[in-house]
Ligand binder design. Structure first.
Ligand code: PLP
Length: 395
């Protein structure tokens, strides 16, 4: 049987066994509806309260500031559409060119309703120009929304500094922190954000559940109309197993930050260094000074990312390319394009994202299989001849 090495943890993660164990009773004996009057249902409300407390600990906030949602995408939608609904007089939104589609397409949908959207550019390493951000804020600005860490490159934005600028100008500040729990702290006493989105499946929790932190006093128009759940902020019967699982995942995430910073980052570094040493004409995309501990994005010149992924898949290695397949044509990633990554490596960029379950053996396996695979692809690539020229890419 082919060995499986999962290096696509920014796409989704393995649910932690402790998380699954806590969820199981809610699929079997504890299936009541927390809104019911009878004890069988209402007792489950206590389990939701515990989960909310655990999520609140992740944010270092009060439980009433946590709203459960169905995913990171819904949290982002609620933040932006909720803010727009509550302050219709303000019609300017600032974001960045490298956000996840959950933000960019929501902004574009608001644009079609008359909103003025500014997507700030980034530099070659994916960094924001904070002066430019400050200059862009006007009296009309409703909200500034930026990601904490980029899902493709791992580049971390200085959200504390961004928050200081945004709050000094009196507008709302939303952070898409979906890639961050368990990797970096998300402490709302240090980060002056009004709203923060997270999603359980990105940090060893279940799929189908997310949360939005909403600072006390922030006015949001409810996005999901319906029942009185979530103190009237989001209608719909709670995803009880999911919420319970997310609570446990938050507890584990709080305690895993050190391990992530030391052990996972060391494995990521040995994978990265091993690849750069063994394979000519490749370079890191992103800001190595300020990056998630688990992520590396490497551009392999003169070959297609999809071909690399397919060949790695045959060896049991799961990773991801920066590009999305749009209507049959291979579009390079909007993130790498915004960074101005060279054409010759943009199409051959691969994201490797590790987790606390990645082992040294996994890293060794990839370092054994990848170099011959890249060499083979370069031989058969129509651009292969360039790959045999002297090294052209910065290392
Ligand atoms: N924001 C970022 C930065 C992400 O990486 C993702 C998922 O890849 C999302 C939002 C969307 O999260 P979800 O899959 O929970 O909707």
């Amino acid at each position: 049987m082919t060995r499986q090495v999962y290096l696509d943890n920014n796409a989704t993660t393995m649910p932690a066994p402790e998380v699954v164990e806590e969820m199981l009773p809610f699929f079997t004996e504890k299936y009541g509806n927390p809104s019911s009057i009878h004890t069988f249902g209402s007792s489950v409300a206590g389990d939701i309260d515990l989960a909310r407390e655990r999520v609140a600990q992740l944010f270092n906030c009060t439980p009433s500031e946590v709203v459960f949602t169905s995913c990171g995408t819904e949290s982002n939608n609620y933040a932006l559409r909720g803010a727009a609904g509550a302050q219709p007089e303000k019609t300017h939104i600032i974001t960045t060119m490298v956000e996840h589609p959950a933000i960019l397409t929501t902004c574009r949908s608001l644009q079609r309703r008359g909103y003025n959207i500014l997507e700030l550019p980034v530099d070659r390493k994916g960094r924001l120009d904070l002066d430019r951000l400050a200059e862009a804020i006007t009296d009309q600005t409703l909200v500034v929304t930026v990601m904490y860490a980029n899902n493709e490159t791992g580049t971390v934005f200085p959200v504390e500094k961004v928050g200081e600028i945004v709050k000094s100008r009196g507008c709302l500040f939303h952070i898409d922190a979906v890639q961050v729990p368990g990797k970096l702290p998300v402490d709302v006493n240090k980060i002056p954000a009004d709203m923060i989105s997270i999603s359980a499946h990105k940090f060893h929790g279940p799929k189908g559940v997310g949360a939005l932190y909403v600072r006390r006093g922030t006015r949001l128009r409810r996005f999901m109309t319906g029942g009185h759940q979530e103190r009237g902020r989001r209608g719909g019967t709670e995803n009880v197993p999911g919420v319970v699982g997310m609570g446990k995942a938050c507890e584990l995430a709080i305690s895993s930050i050190e391990e992530e910073r030391k052990i996972v980052a060391a494995r990521r570094d040995s994978l990265e260094q091993g690849i750069l040493k063994a394979i000519p004409n490749c370079a890191i995309n992103g800001d190595i000074e300020s990056r998630l501990p688990n992520t590396t994005n490497i551009g392999f010149e003169f070959i297609e990312g999809e071909a690399i992924l397919l060949m790695m898949d045959r060896k049991g290695i799961s990773a991801s390319s920066g590009s999305a397949c749009t209507s049959g044509s291979l579009e390079p990633s909007h993130v790498l394009r915004a960074m101005g990554v060279d054409f010759k490596s943009m199409h051959g960029s691969i994201r490797f994202s590790l987790s606390r379950y990645t082992t040294d053996d996994d890293v060794d396996y990839v370092l054994d299989k990848l170099p011959p695979l890249i060499a083979r692809l370069r031989e058969i690539s129509p651009f292969g001849m360039h790959a045999r020229l002297p090294e052209t890419a910065p290392r």
